[in-house]
Design a protein around this ligand. Sequence first.
Ligand code: PMP
Length: 456
Amino acid sequence: MTYQPNSPEARDIAYHLHGYTNARRHDEVGPLVIDHGEGIHVVDIHGNRYIEAMAGLWSVALGFSEKRLVDAATKQLSKLPFYHSFTHKSHGTIIDLAEKLVTIAPVPMSKVFFTNSGSEANDTAMKLIWYRSNALGQPQKKKIISRLRGYHGVTIASASLTGLPNNHRSFDLPIAGVLHTGSPHYWKEHRPDESEEDFATRLASELDQLIQAEGPDTIAAFIGEPVMGAGGVVVPPRTYWQKVQAVLKKYDILLIADEVICGFGRTGKMFGSETYGIEPDMMTLSKQLSSSYLPISALMINDRVFQPIADESNKIGTLGHGFTAGGHPVPAAVALETIKIIEERGLVAHAAEVGARLQTGLRRLTDHPLVGEVRGVGLIAAIELVADAAKRSALDPVGKLGTLVNGILQKNGVISRNMGDALAFCPPLIITAAEVDDLLARIARSLDEARAEIGA
Ligand code: PMP
């Protein structure tokens, strides 16, 4: 693309290094420069309007123009623009938020530690698990099991937990002590004639074998997203979590639920853990926690985790961990207001209701020649694109079809995201039934256009 000198696009190309972007091709592809937001829509600098069908990065629960969040931030900025949580300091907003999170947690939780991104929350989980094992006199119990296709962030530890090649290759990751077990992606990974139930049983058995092979007393924790997001929206088989938890219990292995995407209504319940009967010892939260208006994340821990950590910090003198902006009052005020709005407007039940409409509508597309599978729960879904539905084969190379359909959707006023050939949808929780229908119509039209383009 060529742009006017000094245009926002030209300056973006000149000065801005983007994450999750091909840095060499950026000047060719060019940036989509967003100017402002209105409800579930964003508008670019040329006036084109898009349904933000990914809620930004699975995160803008309340849409792009919630005045109450702006007011909450402004009020907090005027009153106390910064304070911290080190050396026994605190402030009212973070106390309110910690209490609120413990109150709404799906299982008994003891304490909340505040961080600024999902990656930091997971990184902190890993460090506190190591700290706890040392406190318990089990220095060998340090390994953490995560899953292939899982996504837990990009810091050195959390990127190691992430089970995607892109996050490891050329970064010299993963670090030692992180193990990956299979992902519950039935459509991609089941064996011929294997039922979903048998597939879940096999995954649990493979997990058990991995633990046995490594030595059960060396494994400290297992981490997983209730529904995998960035790995392609992987909805687990119905009994998967129950079977995995039985294995973890057998070996006294802690369970971390990464609720960074699933938390706050995404799956049609307040937490993904509720949707799947997960009973975590630790939970990481971010994204919809503040509707992403400001960065904030949190790690919740139960008493089994907290008590040894408290003992160890007492022995050493202080818990040597904490971020300058962890527990920052302004994002905390926005988070409190976000949760309040979600509760007041019944947005969790709403997500279940409009989510069902989205899921049904997308499943009607299963007959389309480019659709291999539709999966999802609540307001998170993916279409697995195939060049040949009968053969389940992708267009060569993998991701070409996903990129093509994603581009056509953008032209048709929808921002979605393709992870390879899995096309994800994760709209704001405030989406209405009429807006779901509008989105579905645009998706159907885009698939037809893609089909015509490939045919041509
Ligand atoms: N966990 C999950 C499940 C996520 O989806 C993400 C972000 N997509 C993260 C962790 C990392 O969060 P952040 O990008 O804020 O570091």
